[in-house]
Ligand binder design. Structure first.
Ligand code: FO1
Length: 314
């Protein structure tokens, strides 16, 4: 019997593991708690990049090369945005744009972000609507950089994550509540996984919501294992700037840095077998009880399923 699972996830790395877990688990046994810190407004539209990456990946519609957006997308609207002097630095494809128009219209009618996004999930074939927003209130990741204070997407996409980050904050976190759906998922979870997403900007915004952090602590108290998967392999991030950000935060660029950032919240961290040295164990064990060697790089669909099964068998 497999456990009922809650997965904390950011974008691309989170979506790959979510896809593996969804295929490995019986329908309805997976809840994915999505980062909302990357969400923002552009062209007057509400954009939820991590939710949408999870949605398109789980629905089998995502572009595998980019990791985000739809496969086979066209870019007519983007070209027209550029022509008329509207922002074109954030690439919204034509069909993706339709989703944003519809989401924004639904939100303007007073519906909750979770309800709107779950309806979108069902409309694209995910009947059990497994993706939950960490909060329905705005919580935004902001970065202090050498170029001044920046919102997440202007830094990540607009400036290609180049400006060095000296501080990460989450505006709105103090007022943001976990949704009832997230609290129910954590209360009924028999296992909690933390995806190999950037710990500083994909996982930390979820944990910045006090009710989510408390629910995870409560789950651990009832004996639920919280198991992370390292986004750092052989001294480098699997994707994105997590390695540079750990170094800038004064943390080791290794699974030990990940364990330190998530200190006291995980029972175990799955690391690539080559990384499991005595030095790593010494550095990480003040923060995580156990390091488990595995094969954590997900290059294809088989890898996603294999890693999911590896996690479920622990
Ligand atoms: N990432 C990029 O690097 N460039 C883009 O132009 C871009 C557009 C985009 C549009 C919709 C969407 O859902 C995601 C998009 N992403 C883009 C990905 C996104 O910025 C990041 O992957 C996440 O926010 C980080 O997890």
């Amino acid at each position: 019997m497999s456990p009922r699972v809650a997965l904390l996830a950011g974008g691309v790395g989170g979506a790959k593991l979510a896809d593996g877990l969804r295929r490995a688990l019986p329908a309805g046994d997976l809840s994915v708690i999505a980062n909302v810190g990357d969400d923002f407004e552009l062209h007057g539209l509400t954009i939820c990049p991590d939710h949408d990456t999870l949605l398109y990946t789980l629905a089998g519609l995502g572009d595998r090369e980019r990791g985000w957006g739809l496969a086979g997308e066209s870019w007519n609207a983007l070209e027209q945005f550029a022509t008329i002097g509207a922002p074109a630095w954030f690439r919204l494809g034509d069909r993706d744009l339709a989703l944003h128009v519809h989401r924004t219209a639904q939100l303007r009618r007073g519906r909750r972000l979770t309800e709107v996004n779950q309806a979108l999930q069902r409309s694209l074939g995910l009947q059990e609507a497994p993706i939950l927003m960490a909060s329905d209130q705005p919580l935004r990741t902001q970065l202090r950089t050498g170029d001044g204070r920046m919102e997440f997407q202007p830094w990540f996409v607009g400036a290609q994550a180049k400006p060095e980050v000296s501080e990460v904050t989450f505006s709105g976190a103090a007022d943001a509540h976990a949704t009832p759906e997230v609290l129910a998922a954590l209360a009924s979870a028999e296992r909690i996984y933390i995806a190999p997403s950037n710990p500083l900007v994909s996982i930390a915004p979820i944990l910045a919501i006090a009710e989510i952090r408390s629910a995870i602590v409560a789950a651990r108290t009832r004996g639920v294992q919280v198991i992370g998967v390292s986004p750092i392999v052989a001294g480098a991030a699997l994707k994105g700037p997590a390695d540079r950000m750990l170094a800038a935060a004064g943390l080791p660029v290794s699974p030990a840095g990940v364990a330190a950032h998530l200190s006291g919240l995980m029972d175990a961290l799955l690391v690539e077998a080559v990384d499991l040295t005595p030095a790593l164990i010494a550095e990480a064990t003040p923060h995580v009880t156990k390091l488990i060697p595995g094969s954590i790089v997900m290059r294809n669909d088989d890898d996603r399923l294999r890693l999911a099964r590896e996690l479920l068998a622990l």
